[in-house]
Design a protein around this ligand. Structure first.
Ligand SMILES: *Cc1c(COP(=O)(O)O)cnc(C)c1O
Length: 330
Protein backbone atom coordinates (compact mmCIF):
# COMPACT_ATOMS: atom_id res chain seq x y z
CA UNK A 1 0.00 0.00 0.00
CA UNK A 2 1.45 3.39 -0.93
CA UNK A 3 0.25 6.88 -0.21
CA UNK A 4 0.44 9.88 -2.45
CA UNK A 5 3.28 12.23 -1.54
CA UNK A 6 3.61 15.73 -2.98
CA UNK A 7 7.27 16.54 -3.60
CA UNK A 8 8.68 20.08 -3.69
CA UNK A 9 10.35 21.47 -6.83
CA UNK A 10 13.46 19.65 -8.00
CA UNK A 11 16.35 20.56 -10.29
CA UNK A 12 17.79 17.40 -11.88
CA UNK A 13 21.50 16.88 -11.06
CA UNK A 14 21.93 13.19 -10.27
CA UNK A 15 22.29 10.30 -12.71
CA UNK A 16 19.35 8.30 -11.39
CA UNK A 17 18.03 5.67 -10.94
CA UNK A 18 21.30 4.20 -9.66
CA UNK A 19 21.87 0.42 -9.91
CA UNK A 20 20.94 -1.91 -7.04
CA UNK A 21 23.38 -4.83 -7.29
CA UNK A 22 23.90 -8.11 -5.43
CA UNK A 23 27.11 -8.05 -3.38
CA UNK A 24 28.95 -11.34 -3.06
CA UNK A 25 31.80 -11.28 -0.56
CA UNK A 26 33.88 -14.28 0.51
CA UNK A 27 32.53 -14.04 4.06
CA UNK A 28 28.88 -13.11 3.48
CA UNK A 29 26.77 -15.45 5.65
CA UNK A 30 25.00 -18.11 3.56
CA UNK A 31 21.55 -17.31 4.89
CA UNK A 32 21.73 -13.62 3.87
CA UNK A 33 21.35 -11.77 0.61
CA UNK A 34 23.47 -8.65 0.56
CA UNK A 35 22.73 -5.81 -1.90
CA UNK A 36 24.41 -2.51 -2.65
CA UNK A 37 22.59 0.59 -3.90
CA UNK A 38 25.16 2.43 -5.97
CA UNK A 39 24.57 6.04 -4.98
CA UNK A 40 28.31 6.45 -5.44
CA UNK A 41 27.32 6.44 -9.12
CA UNK A 42 25.05 9.51 -9.09
CA UNK A 43 27.81 11.18 -11.16
CA UNK A 44 31.60 11.37 -11.50
CA UNK A 45 33.06 14.36 -9.63
CA UNK A 46 29.48 15.40 -8.84
CA UNK A 47 28.63 12.14 -7.08
CA UNK A 48 27.40 10.57 -3.85
CA UNK A 49 24.38 11.14 -1.63
CA UNK A 50 24.65 14.93 -1.44
CA UNK A 51 23.69 15.23 -5.11
CA UNK A 52 20.22 13.84 -4.43
CA UNK A 53 19.71 16.36 -1.64
CA UNK A 54 21.12 19.24 -3.69
CA UNK A 55 18.51 18.67 -6.39
CA UNK A 56 15.87 20.03 -4.03
CA UNK A 57 18.14 22.61 -2.40
CA UNK A 58 19.21 24.04 -5.76
CA UNK A 59 15.60 24.31 -6.92
CA UNK A 60 14.80 26.32 -3.78
CA UNK A 61 17.91 28.53 -4.15
CA UNK A 62 17.11 29.31 -7.78
CA UNK A 63 13.45 30.00 -6.92
CA UNK A 64 14.67 32.58 -4.40
CA UNK A 65 16.89 34.20 -7.02
CA UNK A 66 20.16 33.24 -5.32
CA UNK A 67 23.45 33.71 -7.18
CA UNK A 68 25.87 32.35 -4.54
CA UNK A 69 25.72 29.11 -2.54
CA UNK A 70 27.22 29.27 0.95
CA UNK A 71 27.82 26.10 2.94
CA UNK A 72 30.11 24.47 5.49
CA UNK A 73 31.81 21.23 6.55
CA UNK A 74 35.14 19.56 7.24
CA UNK A 75 38.17 20.18 5.02
CA UNK A 76 37.37 16.94 3.19
CA UNK A 77 33.61 17.48 3.08
CA UNK A 78 31.93 15.60 0.23
CA UNK A 79 28.99 17.95 0.62
CA UNK A 80 31.14 21.06 0.11
CA UNK A 81 32.73 19.54 -3.01
CA UNK A 82 29.31 18.63 -4.40
CA UNK A 83 28.00 22.13 -3.67
CA UNK A 84 31.03 23.76 -5.30
CA UNK A 85 30.61 21.70 -8.48
CA UNK A 86 26.85 22.26 -8.54
CA UNK A 87 27.40 26.00 -8.24
CA UNK A 88 29.94 25.94 -11.08
CA UNK A 89 27.60 23.93 -13.29
CA UNK A 90 24.83 26.52 -12.82
CA UNK A 91 26.84 29.73 -13.07
CA UNK A 92 26.54 30.43 -9.35
CA UNK A 93 29.25 31.54 -6.94
CA UNK A 94 30.20 29.35 -3.98
CA UNK A 95 31.73 30.11 -0.58
CA UNK A 96 32.75 27.38 1.85
CA UNK A 97 33.30 27.66 5.61
CA UNK A 98 35.65 24.79 6.42
CA UNK A 99 36.66 23.13 9.70
CA UNK A 100 40.39 22.55 10.02
CA UNK A 101 43.74 24.21 9.45
CA UNK A 102 44.43 25.31 5.92
CA UNK A 103 46.57 22.51 4.42
CA UNK A 104 49.81 23.11 2.54
CA UNK A 105 48.68 20.91 -0.33
CA UNK A 106 45.13 20.70 -1.65
CA UNK A 107 43.92 17.11 -1.84
CA UNK A 108 40.78 15.02 -2.30
CA UNK A 109 37.51 16.92 -2.05
CA UNK A 110 39.15 20.24 -1.21
CA UNK A 111 41.23 20.10 -4.37
CA UNK A 112 38.06 19.61 -6.43
CA UNK A 113 36.20 22.41 -4.62
CA UNK A 114 39.10 24.78 -5.32
CA UNK A 115 39.22 23.67 -8.95
CA UNK A 116 35.51 24.48 -9.23
CA UNK A 117 36.33 28.04 -8.18
CA UNK A 118 34.79 27.98 -4.71
CA UNK A 119 36.16 30.54 -2.24
CA UNK A 120 36.98 28.77 1.00
CA UNK A 121 37.78 29.92 4.52
CA UNK A 122 39.41 27.58 7.05
CA UNK A 123 38.81 27.74 10.81
CA UNK A 124 40.38 25.69 13.56
CA UNK A 125 37.92 23.14 14.95
CA UNK A 126 37.14 24.89 18.29
CA UNK A 127 36.52 28.24 16.55
CA UNK A 128 34.42 26.55 13.88
CA UNK A 129 32.24 24.75 16.43
CA UNK A 130 31.81 27.84 18.58
CA UNK A 131 31.09 30.29 15.76
CA UNK A 132 29.58 28.39 12.82
CA UNK A 133 26.16 30.14 12.73
CA UNK A 134 27.90 33.51 13.07
CA UNK A 135 30.46 32.68 10.36
CA UNK A 136 27.69 31.70 7.95
CA UNK A 137 25.71 34.85 8.74
CA UNK A 138 28.76 37.09 8.33
CA UNK A 139 29.61 35.49 5.00
CA UNK A 140 26.06 36.06 3.79
CA UNK A 141 26.12 39.68 5.00
CA UNK A 142 29.43 40.36 3.24
CA UNK A 143 28.08 38.87 0.01
CA UNK A 144 24.98 41.06 0.27
CA UNK A 145 27.07 44.22 0.65
CA UNK A 146 28.82 43.10 -2.54
CA UNK A 147 25.43 43.06 -4.27
CA UNK A 148 25.16 39.26 -4.24
CA UNK A 149 22.21 37.05 -3.31
CA UNK A 150 23.55 34.30 -1.03
CA UNK A 151 21.72 31.09 -0.16
CA UNK A 152 22.92 29.27 2.96
CA UNK A 153 22.89 25.46 2.88
CA UNK A 154 23.30 23.78 6.29
CA UNK A 155 25.86 21.03 7.03
CA UNK A 156 25.36 18.08 4.68
CA UNK A 157 22.26 19.74 3.15
CA UNK A 158 20.42 17.93 5.92
CA UNK A 159 17.30 19.98 6.46
CA UNK A 160 13.64 19.91 5.52
CA UNK A 161 14.54 20.60 1.87
CA UNK A 162 17.49 18.21 1.32
CA UNK A 163 15.48 15.48 3.05
CA UNK A 164 13.37 15.09 -0.09
CA UNK A 165 16.34 13.75 -2.03
CA UNK A 166 16.26 10.57 0.03
CA UNK A 167 12.49 10.41 0.16
CA UNK A 168 12.71 10.20 -3.61
CA UNK A 169 15.53 7.65 -3.34
CA UNK A 170 13.22 5.55 -1.16
CA UNK A 171 10.62 5.60 -3.92
CA UNK A 172 13.34 4.38 -6.31
CA UNK A 173 14.34 1.66 -3.83
CA UNK A 174 10.76 0.44 -3.51
CA UNK A 175 10.75 -0.11 -7.29
CA UNK A 176 14.14 -1.88 -7.08
CA UNK A 177 12.80 -4.19 -4.37
CA UNK A 178 9.86 -5.14 -6.52
CA UNK A 179 12.00 -5.78 -9.61
CA UNK A 180 14.53 -7.92 -7.70
CA UNK A 181 12.16 -9.79 -5.38
CA UNK A 182 13.62 -8.19 -2.25
CA UNK A 183 11.30 -8.64 0.73
CA UNK A 184 11.22 -7.07 4.17
CA UNK A 185 14.71 -5.64 3.71
CA UNK A 186 16.97 -3.96 6.20
CA UNK A 187 18.22 -0.79 4.51
CA UNK A 188 21.54 0.40 5.92
CA UNK A 189 23.22 3.79 5.56
CA UNK A 190 25.88 5.87 7.27
CA UNK A 191 24.54 8.69 9.45
CA UNK A 192 26.64 11.86 9.48
CA UNK A 193 24.31 14.85 9.46
CA UNK A 194 21.27 12.56 9.45
CA UNK A 195 19.45 13.68 6.31
CA UNK A 196 19.98 10.46 4.39
CA UNK A 197 18.63 8.41 7.29
CA UNK A 198 15.67 10.75 7.82
CA UNK A 199 14.77 10.77 4.13
CA UNK A 200 15.04 7.00 3.79
CA UNK A 201 12.97 6.40 6.91
CA UNK A 202 10.24 8.84 5.89
CA UNK A 203 10.30 7.70 2.26
CA UNK A 204 10.27 3.96 2.95
CA UNK A 205 7.55 4.52 5.53
CA UNK A 206 5.44 5.67 2.58
CA UNK A 207 6.68 3.55 -0.29
CA UNK A 208 7.75 0.30 1.40
CA UNK A 209 6.34 0.03 4.93
CA UNK A 210 7.77 -3.50 5.35
CA UNK A 211 11.35 -2.15 5.12
CA UNK A 212 13.38 -1.14 8.14
CA UNK A 213 16.20 1.39 8.13
CA UNK A 214 19.40 1.18 10.15
CA UNK A 215 21.59 4.27 10.39
CA UNK A 216 25.16 3.57 11.42
CA UNK A 217 26.48 6.68 13.13
CA UNK A 218 29.92 8.03 12.17
CA UNK A 219 29.76 10.75 14.85
CA UNK A 220 27.49 11.88 17.72
CA UNK A 221 25.20 9.37 19.47
CA UNK A 222 22.17 7.17 18.95
CA UNK A 223 19.99 9.61 20.91
CA UNK A 224 21.27 12.53 18.84
CA UNK A 225 20.27 10.94 15.53
CA UNK A 226 16.90 9.69 16.78
CA UNK A 227 16.02 13.22 17.86
CA UNK A 228 17.54 14.75 14.72
CA UNK A 229 15.44 12.55 12.42
CA UNK A 230 12.26 13.43 14.32
CA UNK A 231 13.07 17.15 14.24
CA UNK A 232 13.96 17.28 10.54
CA UNK A 233 10.80 15.40 9.54
CA UNK A 234 8.63 17.52 11.85
CA UNK A 235 10.11 20.63 10.23
CA UNK A 236 9.36 19.23 6.76
CA UNK A 237 5.76 18.53 7.81
CA UNK A 238 5.51 22.13 8.97
CA UNK A 239 7.14 23.71 5.90
CA UNK A 240 5.32 21.42 3.42
CA UNK A 241 1.91 20.97 5.08
CA UNK A 242 0.33 19.70 1.84
CA UNK A 243 3.01 17.08 1.19
CA UNK A 244 1.32 14.21 3.04
CA UNK A 245 4.60 13.38 4.78
CA UNK A 246 4.14 11.21 7.87
CA UNK A 247 6.41 10.60 10.86
CA UNK A 248 8.08 7.18 10.48
CA UNK A 249 8.85 4.63 13.21
CA UNK A 250 10.68 2.17 10.96
CA UNK A 251 14.27 3.09 11.79
CA UNK A 252 16.97 2.67 14.39
CA UNK A 253 20.48 3.94 14.95
CA UNK A 254 23.66 2.12 15.95
CA UNK A 255 26.60 4.17 17.27
CA UNK A 256 29.02 1.31 18.04
CA UNK A 257 31.30 1.74 15.05
CA UNK A 258 32.46 5.35 15.30
CA UNK A 259 35.85 4.30 16.68
CA UNK A 260 38.11 7.09 17.98
CA UNK A 261 35.87 9.79 16.48
CA UNK A 262 34.49 11.43 13.36
CA UNK A 263 36.85 10.90 10.41
CA UNK A 264 39.25 8.96 12.64
CA UNK A 265 40.00 5.43 11.47
CA UNK A 266 40.85 2.06 13.03
CA UNK A 267 42.46 -1.13 11.63
CA UNK A 268 39.22 -3.10 11.07
CA UNK A 269 37.85 -0.16 9.08
CA UNK A 270 40.83 -0.02 6.73
CA UNK A 271 40.68 -3.81 6.37
CA UNK A 272 37.03 -3.62 5.31
CA UNK A 273 37.81 -0.94 2.72
CA UNK A 274 40.62 -3.12 1.33
CA UNK A 275 38.35 -6.17 1.25
CA UNK A 276 35.65 -4.54 -0.87
CA UNK A 277 38.19 -3.01 -3.25
CA UNK A 278 39.83 -6.41 -3.81
CA UNK A 279 36.85 -8.72 -3.79
CA UNK A 280 34.29 -6.68 -5.70
CA UNK A 281 36.05 -3.56 -7.02
CA UNK A 282 33.95 -1.19 -4.92
CA UNK A 283 35.69 1.73 -3.19
CA UNK A 284 34.33 2.65 0.24
CA UNK A 285 35.47 5.84 1.99
CA UNK A 286 37.11 5.98 5.43
CA UNK A 287 34.74 8.57 6.97
CA UNK A 288 31.24 7.24 6.16
CA UNK A 289 30.67 4.20 4.00
CA UNK A 290 33.67 2.24 5.34
CA UNK A 291 32.43 2.52 8.93
CA UNK A 292 28.82 1.82 7.95
CA UNK A 293 29.79 -1.26 5.96
CA UNK A 294 32.13 -2.53 8.65
CA UNK A 295 29.27 -2.03 11.11
CA UNK A 296 26.66 -4.02 9.20
CA UNK A 297 29.17 -6.78 8.36
CA UNK A 298 30.09 -7.04 12.03
CA UNK A 299 26.42 -7.10 13.12
CA UNK A 300 25.79 -9.90 10.61
CA UNK A 301 28.79 -11.85 11.93
CA UNK A 302 27.39 -11.47 15.45
CA UNK A 303 24.04 -12.88 14.30
CA UNK A 304 22.36 -9.62 15.31
CA UNK A 305 20.46 -9.11 12.03
CA UNK A 306 17.13 -10.87 11.57
CA UNK A 307 16.42 -9.86 7.97
CA UNK A 308 17.47 -12.01 5.02
CA UNK A 309 17.75 -9.12 2.53
CA UNK A 310 20.22 -6.42 3.55
CA UNK A 311 20.49 -3.37 1.31
CA UNK A 312 23.56 -1.21 1.87
CA UNK A 313 23.32 2.34 0.53
CA UNK A 314 26.71 3.29 -0.91
CA UNK A 315 26.58 7.04 -0.35
CA UNK A 316 29.84 7.83 -2.19
CA UNK A 317 32.87 9.62 -0.76
CA UNK A 318 35.58 8.17 -3.04
CA UNK A 319 37.69 11.34 -2.93
CA UNK A 320 38.11 10.87 0.81
CA UNK A 321 40.47 7.93 0.25
CA UNK A 322 43.24 10.06 -1.24
CA UNK A 323 44.12 12.08 1.87
CA UNK A 324 44.13 8.74 3.78
CA UNK A 325 46.72 7.16 1.48
CA UNK A 326 49.09 6.33 4.31
CA UNK A 327 46.56 4.46 6.43
CA UNK A 328 45.28 2.57 3.37
CA UNK A 329 48.69 1.31 2.27
CA UNK A 330 49.38 -2.39 2.56
C1 LIG B 1 27.52 13.08 3.99
C2 LIG B 1 27.80 11.65 3.71
C3 LIG B 1 27.14 10.62 4.40
C4 LIG B 1 26.16 10.88 5.51
O1 LIG B 1 24.94 11.39 5.05
P1 LIG B 1 24.10 12.32 6.02
O2 LIG B 1 22.89 12.59 5.25
O3 LIG B 1 24.95 13.55 6.26
O4 LIG B 1 23.87 11.60 7.29
C5 LIG B 1 27.39 9.32 4.05
N1 LIG B 1 28.31 9.01 3.12
C6 LIG B 1 29.00 9.96 2.46
C7 LIG B 1 30.00 9.53 1.47
C8 LIG B 1 28.77 11.31 2.73
O5 LIG B 1 29.45 12.25 2.08
Amino acid sequence: MTFELVFPARKPLAQIPTPLQPLQLTDTPQDKRLWIKRDDLTGAALSGNKIRKLEYVLAQALAEGADTLVTCGGLQSNHCRATALTAAAHGLGCELILRGDKPDNLDGNLLLSAMAGAAYHCYRAPDYHRNLPLLLRQTAERLKTQGKKPFIIPTGASDEIGLWGYIQAAQELAQDFMALGIQQPLVVCAAGSGGTLAGLAAGLGHFCPEAEVLGIAVCDSQAYFEQRVREDIAKAQHVYPQSGLRMPSNYCVNAEFIGPGYAKGYPALYKTIQQLAREVGVILDPVYTGKAFYGIAELMRRGAIAQRDIVFIHTGGIFGVFPEREALQL
